[in-house]
Design a protein around this ligand. Structure first.
Ligand SMILES: [Zn+2]
Ligand SMILES: [Zn+2]
Length: 218
């Protein structure tokens, strides 16, 4: 597996909300222009990480519409004057009810999110000044996307797959069959074994490691 340390990109992960969601700040080692991925809340913590690393955020990118991944996006996009890209439009219903859902989890101050740009299969999204391919991988949520850079052998997978687990699909709109099929057919293919990924909760891993050990796949 390609180690994340060898990437030409710095990654700082900030666990946010009581759900310990991995908000990530990514920027090129050679520069100071960064991308915020899944700013789910705790905006102060995120802003501290950004200023501690002397990063200018150029964009916010979302993997899917769950409140723990997006609840800080609207506030940060206005504060930093940057746009929000992704996920797939099929998660619009989730992004339209972020404040309400967060309140049900006892979290105040969350705001609904209106992305500036929806993303779909095969489109390109720039993250940390590198081009990532967009893979639409519904199942955990209808609009979940994975960002993949084949040259860097690096992916950002949100809650589609984790180290040793897969995203939950027991929501009314979840689809376990579709999730497993997308994981097997789009991510865990032999050619991708050396691709490292960061995910929405817990540790990073690689597609090859999960292909041979993930109990939900093997
Ligand atoms: Zn999720
Ligand atoms: Zn999550």
């Amino acid at each position: 597996m390609k180690s994340l340390e060898t990437l030409p990109i710095n990654i700082v992960t900030i666990p946010v909300t009581p759900l310990r969601q991995n908000c990530s700040v990514l920027w090129r080692k050679a520069g100071h222009t960064g991308t915020l991925v899944d700013p789910g809340g705790d905006v102060d913590l995120i802003m501290r990480a950004v200023s501690n690393n002397n990063i200018t955020i150029e964009k916010i990118v979302l993997t899917h519409g769950h409140f723990d991944h997006v609840a800080g996006a609207d506030e940060l996009s206005k504060m930093l004057e940057v746009s929000i890209e992704g996920p797939h439009v099929d998660d619009k219903f989730l992004l339209d009810s972020v404040a309400e859902t967060a309140r049900n989890y006892g979290i105040d101050g969350a705001r609904d999110v209106a992305p500036d740009k929806w993303l779909g299969e095969g489109q390109t999204c720039s993250i940390a000044e590198c081009d990532f391919e967009v893979l639409h991988c519904p199942g955990h949520s209808p609009g979940s996307v994975v960002y993949l850079n084949r040259t860097l052998r690096f992916a950002i997978v949100g809650d589609v797959i984790f180290k040793g687990a897969v995203g939950r699909s027991d929501f009314p709109y979840g689809d376990h069959k579709a999730l497993i099929s997308n994981i097997k057919n789009k991510l865990l293919i032999a050619d991708n074994d050396d691709i490292a990924f960061i995910c929405g909760h817990g540790s990073s891993s690689s597609f090859g490691h999960e292909r041979s050990t993930n109990p939900f796949i093997v």
